[in-house]
Design a protein around this ligand. Sequence first.
Ligand code: AMP
Ligand code: ZN
Ligand code: FE
Ligand code: FE
Length: 292
Amino acid sequence: MRIDLHTHSTASDGTLSPADVVIEAARAGLDVVALTDHDSAAGWAEAELAAEAAGIRLVPGVEVSTLLGGRGVHVLAYLADVGYPPLAAELAAILAGRSGRLPQMVERLVAAGVDITADEVRAQAGGSPAIGRPHVADVLVAKGVVGDRAEAFATWLGPGGPGYVARYGTPTEVMVRLITDAGGVAVVAHPWGRGSRRVLDAAGLARLRDHGLAGIEVEHEDHGPEDRAALHALATELDLVPTGSSDFHGAGKVGHALGCNLTAPAAFERLLGLAAANATASGRPASGAAAR
Ligand code: AMP
Ligand code: ZN
Ligand code: FE
Ligand code: FE
């Protein structure tokens, strides 16, 4: 069984439609794929139809933007009922924060001498509810200001860059609890990605586990071999489920091909069991994929 639990579509900042992500996942030989767009479930329905047609199992997910001590932490929510009102309200607040910061980002870029408008970025995002820096980056690429998204982040959009504007995120422990109460399971995405090892150490992960955290993403391209080994040991020590995923973004992120990292079948089964238990405990309907 080949299982990839983290992918993005045009419902956030990937470059393939939700259906095409699923079709490509089946083509890549995956048996299970999770669609985990940033802060939005807008791609789920289209992806589910495509999954049925392609004979692959879809796990509905969201990669939620949270904040821990002022630093960003991405939390993967699997199988949660996104209609649970407190969770729906938080996701709406995060998306509003994304849209709200766009004019400020554009203003700063213009002040730094870049010719760009908010409408150009909105057009680039093509109706994605989760407008983000990658869409700004794509406009900069289209205008020839930079060569690719990575250069856009390094030069203009990263923390401290001329176009950087912070945005709203739910406190991490609050979001982990909301996901759990919504009958889903929460998994910290790339916990030590991009030099963030100091944000989440063993004590921090243990605290999140006390709020319901189910797992941590261990196998991810942002983690080198030593970090993977250390995170595996931590997962065992803290009784957290270790997962592995591509974080596929289509052409938007190189080196993240579908299936480049995988989740072990036993780990996936543990997540399904925890989701079912959380759904029962909270009285939320077990989500479609968990019930199948
Ligand atoms: P935002 O969601 O607007 O805060 O933008 C952050 C997103 O941009 C991340 O979730 C990644 O998907 C993407 N990203 C961050 N850094 C880079 C980079 N150096 N190159 C390409 N994409 C990036
Ligand atoms: Zn992304
Ligand atoms: Fe992420
Ligand atoms: Fe991601």
